[in-house]
Design a binder for this molecule. Structure first.
Ligand code: NAP
Ligand code: F7E
Length: 363
């Protein structure tokens, strides 16, 4: 019987390719990371949860829906997570799924602690039992540092203390500690990425950058009249998400497990964000932005700015997109989507189905 070379080649390729499992593949980072890993020849599996309305618009926007393998699980449900790990047998696990909205964590503290904190133990225990040699990345956050004391360069690095200022931050700190515990207790390759804010055209609409870029596009096209915001003075270190998922991968390619701060090293205020975004379409932000006290959090972190020296030294990673470029990318993407949508073209995006914050309560 002759050898089927095509078939043999397929088997060889699948034997050689690394298998990655991404929880939160339907979110901003999950989608960008899936694309990044597919481009490097990975076999990419993604965990999604059952929703009453499917949420695959980001994978569709990146044109990768047919290239990833999707498996259903809830990260708080050990049985479903173990089942997925048994089936996928991943080499690398990127645990990105979480209740990721800081303001919402004040409304739903217990659910946030369960999904953003305790669920890390679900993943780690599952891995310890099913695939202990897999590398594990946990999506920690700059929020864990809260109003911490800065280093001598006036920034936050890996040595700064955690001082969480929200249920979300407390949950992420728990997850980060758990990642370290499993590394030290069981010798697992388990790491905590301390990523500062990163945004993109795939960002969720409830986060301030996308809330602004979407509103600017709608106002420019005459689809709305104002934009309501909360704390304009908060300063954040905003980078471009596709570059941050690259850092996640680099962290798992190191010889040993370690934790890294990933940031741009620059902080800008929400006020500056609004000013730049409106200027991008030739408008003055002061004519449209209304400060709404209801959108202010019970407690907010004044300024978060990261020192990425260790990542630059050890991973060779550095940010490439400036704040101004980031704002431009996001505003142009929303302007383009709404313009196409008005012409009746099919566009994979979330905004037409969104309910404005003036209609729903919450921050
Ligand atoms: P995101 O867009 O909000 O995505 C969160 C993902 O988690 C979604 O895919 C969501 O699924 C999934 N998820 C939530 N609860 C789940 C559950 N119980 N079971 C299964 N899946 C669940 O967040 P992101 O911006 O991509 O961020 C990725 C991770 O990095 C998060 O852990 C976030 O907290 C952390 N982080 C983000 C930033 C940032 O600036 N973006 C900075 C630091 C850390 P649905 O689509 O079904 O809702
Ligand atoms: O708020 C202020 C708000 O919701 C940024 C998540 O990815 O990054 C993100 O959390 C700032 C805050 O992001 C509005 O008070 C003013 O000071 O865009 P945000 P976040 O809270 O920084 C961290 C690193 C994560 O880990 C999280 O997962 O903007 N702000 N007015 C507003 N924020 C929102 N959302 N809406 C407003 O109207």
């Amino acid at each position: 019987m002759g050898l089927n070379w095509g078939f043999t080649l397929n088997i060889l390729v699948s034997l050689l390719s690394m298998i990655a499992l991404i929880t939160g593949i339907t979110g901003q980072d999950g989608a960008w990371l899936a694309k990044f890993l597919l481009d490097r020849g990975y076999e990419v599996w993604g965990v999604y949860r059952r929703l009453s309305t499917p949420n695959f618009w980001r994978l569709q926007a990146l044109g990768i829906t047919e290239k990833v393998k999707l498996v259903q699980a809830d990260i708080t449900d050990l049985a479903s997570v173990v089942e997925v790990l048994r089936r996928v047998q991943p080499d690398e696990v990127y645990h990105l799924a979480a209740q990721s909205h800081v303001a919402a964590s004040f409304d739903m503290p217990l659910a946030t602690l369960r999904e953003s904190g305790m669920a890390v133990a679900v993943l780690l225990e599952g891995l310890r039992k099913v695939k202990r040699d897999a590398k594990f990345y946990f999506a920690g956050s700059s929020e864990m540092f809260g109003n911490t004391s800065f280093n001598s360069r006036g920034k936050i690095d890996e040595s700064c203390l955690f001082r969480p200022a929200s249920p979300y931050a407390a949950a992420k700190a728990l997850g980060c500690y758990l990642a370290r515990v499993y590394r030290e207790a069981y010798g697992m390759f388990s790491v905590c990425g301390m990523l500062f804010n990163h945004e993109s055209e795939l960002r969720g609409l409830e986060f301030v950058t996308r809330k602004v870029s979407n509103a600017v596009a709608q106002i420019k096209l005459g689809l709305r009249k104002e934009l309501r915001l909360g704390n304009l003075e908060a300063r954040r270190d905003w980078g471009y998400a596709p570059e941050y998922v690259e850092a996640m991968w680099l962290i798992l390619q190191q010889e040993g497990p370690d934790d890294y701060v990933i940031a741009t090293g620059e902080a800008h205020s929400v006020r500056e964000l609004a000013e730049l975004a409106f200027a991008e379409v030739g408008l003055d932000w002061r004519d449209y932005v209304v400060v709404d006290e209801a959108l202010k959090r019970p407690r907010d972190v004044d300024v978060l700015v990261g020192d990425y020296s260790k990542a630059e030294r050890e991973l060779g990673w550095r940010p490439r997109t400036s704040f101004r470029e980031l704002v431009r990318i996001m505003v142009r993407a929303d302007l383009d989507r709404w313009s196409r949508w008005l012409k009746g073209e099919p566009v994979p995006f979330d905004a037409p189905f969104y309910v404005e914050s003036s209609i729903v309560s919450g921050r």
